[in-house]
Ligand binder design. Structure first.
Ligand code: MRU
Length: 349
């Protein structure tokens, strides 16, 4: 089955409602911007690249819904949509990257008619989706070279088809390795509190026939101690120009464990996930989510109602713990402050 996480359908944005997986595969139709904003905030659509793609379409939808009769008024309406969507979630830079791209198109086309501007915005949103598809394929080609026949790999959260326009970043590497007849075994951390690993990664890997085993997050250390893990591959939500990488909470613990057990630790992310304006991971804004997500699991209360909760959605893995960063332009290694300059020069015109 082809997973179409985000799709423009008859002038609306269709999203797979990821909060209902794996029990139910159903879709949310976003006919207005508020529905899209809520879908991003509530993780109906999630994963850095997918959030960016959805936001691109959000701007196109905002333009489509505008009743403005002049390009000037349309520009005002679209800018409001851009500012609003930028408040949906703070960490994945792909959201801001996509909104910035849409803003540039708005500016570059402001001399056109209202309908010309609307068309240009929709085309840009489509291009963001298409480019994400090819970036997934390119990352997978580079990343799969790191995998040997029979490897056992570990991942966290969901960096697969459900997080992108194609078959994912970290999971794309696994799909590609398998297509090269390298039989691999994947361990998926369940990823508390919202269980993206248990609900989404196992679902999509099983559907593709990849050998996947689910573990609780606390079981990763013992697997590494027993020498059951050859390599770790994770996605990212924002990478600073020194290579520090924010990803789902729990990623940093895996990186520390990997260093102790001498296991290679790779981050797989497209250039749209890099924030070259940030000197280090210290400056990456980390989303804190409501306490109820920790007090409850799958809608059921598992802790005293009023217990205090700390719930950061992401953590930052320092560059020194990262063996390599796989991008669509190749694999980058230490010293990242130097090597990532090359990536920047390739992707920033
Ligand atoms: O809170 P989420 O589910 O949006 O977090 C997603 C992740 O942390 C992913 O690993 C990351 O966005 C990379 S997806 C290719």
């Amino acid at each position: 089955m082809k997973i179409e996480t985000v799709k423009w359908v008859n002038g609306k944005i269709r999203l797979i409602d990821q909060t209902l997986l794996p029990h139910k595969l159903s879709y949310v139709m976003c006919r207005d911007i508020k529905t899209l904003w809520q879908a991003i905030r509530s993780l109906k659509v999630r994963g850095a690249p997918a959030i960016g793609i959805a936001a691109g379409f959000g701007v196109a939808l905002g333009a489509k819904l505008s009743n403005a009769r002049s390009p000037k008024n349309l520009e005002k309406d679209v800018n409001k949509v851009i500012s609003y969507l930028a408040t949906a979630r703070p960490t994945a830079v792909n959201l801001f990257w996509a909104l910035e791209r849409m803003k540039r198109i708005l500016l570059a086309n402001k001399a056109k008619s209202v309908s010309g501007i609307k068309k240009a915005l929709l085309k840009e949103a489509m291009d963001i989706l298409k480019e994400d598809r090819s970036m997934c394929r390119e990352m997978a080609s580079f990343g799969s070279k790191l995998i040997k026949k029979g490897d056992t790999v570990l991942t966290i959260c969901n960096a697969g088809a459900l997080a992108t326009a194609d078959y994912g970043t970290a999971l794309g590497v696994f799909y590609k390795a398998r297509s090269q007849a390298k039989k691999i075994k994947v361990y998926s951390c369940e990823t508390r509190p919202l269980l993206q690993g248990a609900r989404l990664t196992t679902w999509e890997l099983m559907m593709s026939g990849v050998d996947v085993t689910l573990i609780c997050d606390s079981m990763a250390a013992t697997l590494m101690q027993k020498k059951k893990i050859d390599k770790i591959f994770v996605g990212a939500d924002r990478i600073a120009r020194n290579g520090d990488a924010a990803n789902k909470i729990g990623t940093y613990s895996l990186a520390v464990l990997a260093r102790y057990h001498k296991i290679p630790f790779y981050v797989v992310a497209p250039s749209s996930t890099f924030d070259f304006s940030l000197k280090s991971g210290l400056y990456i804004p980390i989303e804190e989510r409501p306490g109820c997500e920790v007090r409850r699991a799958l809608g059921k209360r598992i802790a005293p109602d009023k217990v205090k909760v700390y719930n950061p959605a992401f953590d930052v893995t320092p560059n020194k713990l990262i063996t390599g960063i796989v991008t669509e332009k190749g694999i980058f290694r230490k010293p990242y402050t130097e090597t990532l300059k090359k990536l920047k020069s390739k992707v920033c015109a």
